[in-house]
Ligand binder design. Structure first.
Ligand code: CA2
Length: 134
């Protein structure tokens, strides 16, 4: 699940986020993990992400890999949504948020997550899947 602005992956700020678009990366993940059903959702809206966490978290999915984008640093509402569901959520970031601006170094959602993966480029999503499937 991807949050705000991540629909621009591969098109803008390629020096930070790389030049691969997410759909292409997703195809490679699905090929690598044929035994795992990988659904994808992206929204620029906080409420839509919360609705999706509820939907995925109440029985529909075994795990959620979440890059909440900048909402990571601000959203108590997303943290509450993660806490409300029993499905494990792994917070991911493409960049290493601890090497960046101070405001990116704080996550509001991390405390509600099973784990956090940050700084491995798009490979952060794969590492999160590995963490979920054990
Ligand atoms: O490193 C990450 O994955 C981030 O979650 C990305 C967020 C950022 O706000 C977080 O601090 C760290 C989204 C940044 C904007 O995403 C863009 C991606 C491609 C092109 C332009 C923006």
């Amino acid at each position: 699940m991807n949050g705000p602005n991540l629909n621009l992956l591969g098109q803008r700020e390629t020096e930070i986020y790389g030049n691969l678009d997410f759909k292409t990366y997703l195809d490679s993940l699905r090929e690598r993990y044929p035994e795992v059903r990988i659904d994808f959702f992206q929204s620029n809206m906080e409420g839509a992400l919360i609705d999706k966490i509820h939907e995925a978290g109440f029985g529909k999915c075994d795990g959620i890999v979440l890059n909440a984008g900048a909402y990571t640093h601000t959203s108590i509402a997303i943290m509450d949504a993660i806490k409300a569901v029993s499905t494990p959520v792994v917070e991911v970031h493409i960049s290493n948020i601890y090497q960046r601006e101070e405001f990116r170094q704080r996550s509001m959602i991390a405390r509600a997550c099973k784990g956090v993966v940050t700084g491995f480029g798009l490979d952060s999503y794969r590492v999160a899947i590995e963490g979920l499937i054990g």
